[in-house]
Design a binder for this molecule. Structure first.
Ligand SMILES: [Ca+2]
Ligand SMILES: [Ca+2]
Ligand SMILES: [Ca+2]
Length: 485
């Protein structure tokens, strides 16, 4: 699904303050022919919330307590969801009893050297952390996760301190740095250690740390308050959203912000009501918000808009963070949420713009050797790099591009807001006879670009790379751009 930034552009063009909430054009967003019948619109809101991986079951238990647990245990469990500790495939010195916090069972009577094992489908892999739901009226203990046997290679260790009661459940998260595996049926052993009775174990969940610079799907939360629903979004093929959102609801994301520097957030939302507020809290639900915005109504649950907000408090935030999104200040129902994305500051075009400083792309950033910066490579026909650029007062009518190509080159086609947005400018980069015809021989291409002179303020431009005159497999590498007047 491609991102749209229509109103962002409109507002930028009008030189309005970026701090204001902006939204894209309503009409362009949801074609009338694609909108479901009005009777379907409130579906997400009025339906009994569908079970989600993190939702607490409300139904009566269907299995009689005396039923042998082994008969209901799946052979292979999906790592993408919550896994009940009681659904082990193998165990030693382990008891079970009914959970005091939900309708599942928990492991109880656990002592040191007891263990359970699970066959887990790790899919494409990439799981870096684990969350464990447990309670302990003692000093607790720890769990070692090991490969294929109780004394197998160590995947990670989880510390489970006392919680102050056998019915006081908490969730802890821990790194599992050695789980570098993927694919089906990976046998993981959970080995218990400590003094005396250790803890009761309800469930665990493996999860990935998402890249804080990428688009994050709201439905890919690590944890959520019971009641949050995942639904198919009326916002493009295959899109999902979270819904059923009431006041005080929340979802949690584990995001890596690297060296930080993020200053804005985009939020994709819809709402047939007046919407509500949207808070970002780091580390704990109890911490003060590091950003609070208003997400207004969009007129219909099927009208999706992208809202942009400044988050100046976020600029110093770096590394891996627990990011709580807290939903508030609305009526009965607030909004449906599809995705969010953090952005760094727009690039000032009065200075050289490095080609590798894109906000998203289908090309690669790689060392170019020429001046210590990177270039973009892997530029095959149809690839792109998107930039958030600040044109200030505008008037930039010249463009210089430093590039290399031993091939036949190709065009840079600049689209507003998205890859299928309006084309604002096209320039053609070199051919193999210029500048020595080697990937490492960079040269400058100069263009008159009167079309760009009208651009003012902050803009998102998608640079599409295409139209190689000799249908080269690769077009060019680009080191940087310079916009001048
Ligand atoms: Ca359980
Ligand atoms: Ca989504
Ligand atoms: Ca560069």
């Amino acid at each position: 699904m491609r991102r749209r930034f229509l109103c962002y552009m409109l507002v930028a063009a009008l030189s309005l303050s970026f701090a204001a909430c902006t939204k894209e054009g309503q009409n362009a967003d949801v074609p009338a022919t694609e909108a479901p019948a009005p009777t379907e619109a409130p579906k997400t809101q009025e339906e009994t919330p569908a079970p989600t991986p993190t939702e607490e079951p409300k139904a009566e238990p269907t299995a009689a307590p005396t039923e042998a647990p082994a008969e209901t245990k799946p052979e292979v469990q999906d790592a993408a969801g919550r896994i009940e500790f009681e659904n082990f495939t193998e165990s030693d010195k382990v008891g079970t009893e009914g959970s005091k916090e939900d309708d599942t069972e928990v492991l109880a009577g656990l002592n040191t050297s007891g263990y359970t094992a699970y066959n887990i489908d790790l899919g494409d892999g990439g799981y870096e952390q684990i969350a464990v739901r447990y309670a302990s009226d003692t000093a607790g203990g720890k769990i070692e996760i090991r490969y294929t046997a109780p004394d197998g290679d160590l995947v990670g260790t989880i510390e489970l301190p006392g919680t102050g009661g056998w019915d006081k459940y908490q969730t802890v998260t821990a790194d599992i740095p050695n789980l570098k595996d993927f694919g089906r049926k990976k046998l993981l052993y959970f080995v218990f250690s400590g003094d005396g009775y250790l803890y009761n174990l309800n469930w665990f969940q493996l999860f990935k740390v998402a890249d804080g610079s990428g688009q994050v799907e709201f439905e890919n939360y690590v944890e959520a308050i019971p009641g949050i629903v995942i639904d198919n979004a009326s916002d493009g093929e295959g899109a999902q959203n979270i819904g059923g959102i009431k006041n005080d609801y929340w979802t949690l994301y584990k995001l890596n912000f690297g060296e930080g520097g993020f200053e804005q957030i985009a939020v994709r939302a819809s709402s047939a009501t007046a919407g509500g507020s949207f808070e970002i809290r780091l580390g704990s639900l109890d911490n003060a918000p590091v950003g609070k915005f208003n997400l207004p109504g969009t007129g219909d649950w099927n009208n999706w808009d992208t809202y942009y907000f400044d988050v100046p408090e976020f600029k110093e935030i770096s590394g891996v963070q627990d990011v709580y999104m807290v939903y508030n200040d609305g009526g009965d129902w607030l909004y449906n949420l599809n995705w969010f994305r953090f952005y760094k500051a727009a690039l000032d075009v009065s200075k050289r713009v490095e080609a590798e400083d894109f906000i998203e792309s289908t090309v690669v950033s790689e060392p170019c050797g020429a001046d210590g910066t990177n270039n973009i490579g892997g530029v095959t026909p149809g690839t792109y790099a998107a930039y958030q650029l600040d044109f200030g007062e505008g008037g930039y009518n010249k463009l210089k591009v430093r590039a290399s190509s031993p091939m036949s080159g190709g065009e840079i086609i600049m689209h507003k807001d998205s890859l299928d947005g309006e084309v604002v400018c096209k320039v053609a980069i070199g051919n193999k006879d210029v500048y020595g015809g080697d990937w490492s021989n960079y040269g400058d291409w100069d263009f008159e670009t009167p079309e760009l002179a009208a651009l003012t303020g902050k803009q998102i431009l998608f640079f599409e790379f295409n139209n190689s005159p000799e249908n080269s497999s690769h077009l060019f590498n680009i080191n940087w751009y310079e916009f001048t007047k």
